[in-house]
Design a protein around this ligand. Structure first.
Ligand code: SF4
Length: 227
C-alpha cells in the first residue's frame, strides 16, 4: 500500500528537493534540449553507466548522427563502434532499431507513452523520461537512484514485486502539477549524488529530517550492544 503522504508532507518534500536541485543540479547536455531523439539517446546510453563515461559517447553519437533519420541511415556497425565501448553492447542495436522504426513510420517521433514503449529497447522508465524531459508531461521517472531514495525516505519495505509497482505510484504521487520534468531531474540527481547506494550522505540531504531510513539508522546506533 502507498505510504500515506498528506498534502503538507508532500509539499514539504517537493519544496526541499527542488530547492536542493536549484543549487546542486548537474549541468548535463541533454538537459539543454527538448529533442526527444537526443533524450532517448541520453537515456539509453546512461543505462547502468556512469555519467562521466556517457558524456563523450553522447556527444560523439549526436555529433555524427544529429537526427533520428541520420541514425536510421547509418550502418549498425558504425553505431556500435561508438556505443559498444560503454559496455552493455545491446544498446547500440536498440538505438539503431528504434531510429529505423521512427524513420520508417514517417510520422515524426512518438509522443505518447504507448507509442514510445513500442520502440525496441524502450521500457516504462525510458518512455517516461522522454515524456517528462522532452514533452514536459508529468510522467514518473523511476531509475535505480530515484527508487532507492523513495524507498529509504518513505520507508517502503514490501515484497520485490509489489515494491516496484508501489514505487512507480510513489514517484507519480510526488510530482507537483506541471513540474514533472523538474522534480524528476532533481530526484535523479539527489539519488545519485546524496542518497548513494553505499554510504548515503544523510548529513547533506535536504530530506534528512523526514527520512524514515535515517531515523531508523539513528535509533539503531543508539541501541546498546548485546552482551
Ligand atoms: S536522509 Fe539519507 S537515506 Fe534519507 S533520503 Fe537523504 S540521503 Fe537518503
Amino acid at each position: 500500500m502507498l505510504p500515506a503522504i498528506g498534502p503538507g508532507r508532500r509539499r514539504s518534500f517537493q519544496r526541499r528537493v527542488l530547492a536542493w536541485y536549484a543549487i546542486n543540479g548537474r549541468d548535463l547536455p541533454w538537459r539543454k534540449t527538448r529533442d526527444p531523439y537526443a533524450i532517448l539517446v541520453s537515456e539509453v546510453l546512461s543505462h547502468q553507466t556512469q555519467i562521466t563515461r556517457v558524456l563523450p559517447v553522447y556527444e560523439r553519437l549526436l555529433g555524427r548522427y544529429p537526427s533520428v533519420q541520420a541514425l536510421a541511415q547509418a550502418p549498425l556497425a558504425d553505431v556500435k563502434a561508438i556505443t559498444d565501448p560503454l559496455g552493455y553492447k545491446i544498446r547500440g542495436g536498440w538505438l539503431h532499431a528504434a531510429a529505423l522504426r521512427v524513420a520508417e513510420g514517417g510520422g515524426g517521433f512518438p509522443a505518447t507513452m504507448e507509442e514510445l514503449r513500442r520502440l525496441p529497447g524502450v521500457g516504462r522508465y525510458t518512455a517516461g523520461a522522454v515524456m517528462s524531459f522532452a514533452h514536459h508531461r508529468d510522467a514518473p521517472v523511476l531509475d535505480t537512484n530515484v527508487a532507492r531514495l523513495l524507498r529509504r525516505h518513505f520507508g517502503v519495505a514490501v515484497s520485490d514485486r509489489a515494491r516496484t509497482r508501489l514505487l512507480w505510484d510513489l514517484a507519480a504521487s510526488v510530482i507537483p502539477k506541471g513540474r514533472g520534468y523538474l522534480i524528476n531531474q532533481a530526484l535523479m540527481d539527489l539519488g545519485a549524488i546524496v542518497c548513494r547506494a553505499r554510504a548515503p550522505r544523510c548529513g547533506d540531504c535536504p530530506l534528512r529530517r523526514s527520512c524514515i531510513f535515517r531515523a531508523n539508522a539513528r535509533q539503531e546506533s543508539r541501541r546498546p550492544l548485546p552482551d
